[in-house]
Design a binder for this molecule. Sequence first.
Ligand code: UDP
Ligand code: MG
Length: 323
Amino acid sequence: MNSVIQYLHPPRLVIIMPCYNEEENIQYSYESLMFILNDLIAQQRLNSSSGLCYVDDHSTDKSWGLIEELGRRDPRVKGLRLSANQGQQTALLAGMQSLAEEFELFLTLDIDLQDDPKVIPQMLSAIEQGAGIVYGVRTQRSVDSVFKRLSARLYYYMMKFLEQGIIKNHSDFRMFDRQVLHALLDYPERLLLLRAVFPRLGFPSAQVEYSRIARKHGDTKYSLFKMTTLALDGISSYSSAPLMLVFVIAITGIMVSVVLFLWAFSVYLKGIAIPGWFSVLFAVLVFGAFQLFCLGLIGTYIKNIYNEVKKRPRFHITDRLNV
Ligand code: UDP
Ligand code: MG
């Protein structure tokens, strides 16, 4: 099934890029991506109104000014500015939601172009052959720091253990058609981890491999805090397995305490003075830690429920450029 067939031919593609304090990357991404787009337009594989959309996640540097300048010179450059820093996932969602009716094809890409845009023609080929979603998959990440590689490995291992069905070494570099986007926008939850939702949509998909290159301009905008929040939110929004873990810990705790009780009781029966501090300390420390851990875990889910039931808007757009 080629889901693009019902729309314009050749399709209109928009490349959506989240952008947070990326002034060094605006002109660079514009030039590199327009070069690729123009080539595909010349080959009549893309419509000439294909373009770019920068979603400014409330940058505090010159990013928005530079985007506006580009948009005034070239109407194929679109821009959205969010009222507050909401994070990459929400910025992507704001872009996708605002452009859902205007384009047939969508590509999400980090503005630093670490995910190699040279594979875009290959991704388009997969769409032309009938895929609804094409995932960009990294073959190696030697340019990332040792910490980033190790934490990524741990994350993918945990997600696999929790049966998340997320695609290994794929982040937010993907191409998809309008039908897929409409399915995604039907997911009403506030906490949306895009890489966990897309594979669940169940459309025909394909993978295109690339090697991740080093950031050419500026530094990473993902602080350790932002990275950890993304990982924890991802796990607690898409898997209830950790709640089962509480149950396992509780049963283990009960078994340990039964053994401790039997031991203490036998000591009591023998009339030996109860040896004091070790057992008390052991029980206090171990059970105290178990309880805090379980409370924290349950708290995380309550936080999610709390955030979901409020049904607050996910973002506000303060400025629009050619959208
Ligand atoms: N980003 C964003 N909001 C944020 C943090 C990051 O929109 O609060 C964007 C950033 O501008 C970039 C993408 O998300 O386009 C990925 O960020 P980055 O390259 O810093 O992450 P890394 O590649 O280091 O994981
Ligand atoms: Mg990056």
